[in-house]
Design a protein around this ligand. Structure first.
Ligand SMILES: *Cc1c(COP(=O)(O)O)cnc(C)c1O
Length: 232
């Protein structure tokens, strides 16, 4: 087995252990490889080892990498802050946008999704700990955003994404994940057919899985340390 396959295996077994501890099926958690500040060559190596979904948080960096990987059947996820004037590129070049947090962005993505592509899968990002500098809708804004998303052609809203405050305290992270899940269940109870709860990264995926995460976004624990400067 090559090194990329070994890393994928190791992470899958970490996920499986967390699932077993939570009484869940390992297959109920998808793995998004966060490839920010990793080279296109590295993305290709992980693709060849079987990984299909990759996440990027800087649009220009992702758009520089994508042409080098155009012959691969990669599922691209955008997970970074969205500038309203960049929505057309997101709508045209990603399968998922996980960081939708306001009406203007939602409407623009819907308008700009090319008609020959399936509806853009999105998640609503929630700023669960109400951190002033952080992206994400406030919890009380989610219901209106979800209602709007459900009415917009070109958009397929699948659930929620969250990045809890970084405290280094597992108990606090777990409490944040629990509150995200409560919102997710409320929206499902209101009739939204959500199936994706994107939470958990290298440092805290066990807690996220314990609180119902269906997609963990893992960078360093899968692909290794990142380059210091952004770039393809
Ligand atoms: C960088 C990043 C991750 C992955 O972080 P790691 O600690 O490297 O696993 C996950 N989600 C988002 C939104 C990120 O920006």
């Amino acid at each position: 087995m090559n090194i990329e396959s070994q890393r994928i295996e190791a992470l899958r077994s970490r996920i499986a252990t967390a699932c077993r501890a939570a009484g869940r099926e390992p297959a109920s958690v998808r793995l998004l490889a966060v490839s920010k500040r990793q080279s296109a060559a590295r993305v290709r190596a992980f693709y060849l080892a079987g990984q299909r979904a990759f996440g990027e948080n800087v649009l220009q960096e992702a758009r520089a990498k994508q042409p080098q990987l155009a012959n691969l059947d990669i599922e691209w996820h955008f997970i970074g802050h969205i500038q309203s004037n960049k929505t057309a590129e997101l709508a045209g070049h990603f399968q998922w946008v996980q960081s939708v947090d306001r009406e203007r962005v939602l409407r623009r993505l819907a308008d700009q999704r090319p008609a020959d592509l399936p509806p853009l899968r999105i998640l609503l990002q929630v700023n669960i700990d109400r951190e002033p500098q952080k992206s994400g809708a406030m919890p009380e804004q989610l219901a209106a955003l979800a209602e709007l998303a459900a009415r917009l052609p070109g958009i397929d809203c699948r659930g929620l994404m969250a990045i809890p405050r970084l405290t280094g305290e597992p108990d606090l992270a777990r409490d944040s994940f629990r509150r995200v899940r409560e919102r997710y269940l409320e929206l499902r109870a209101a009739g939204h057919d959500f199936d994706t709860l994107s939470m958990g990264m290298s440092a805290d995926l066990e807690w996220a899985i314990a609180e119902g995460s269906t997609m963990v976004r893992v960078g360093t624990d899968l692909m290794g340390p990142r380059n210091t400067a952004p770039g393809p």
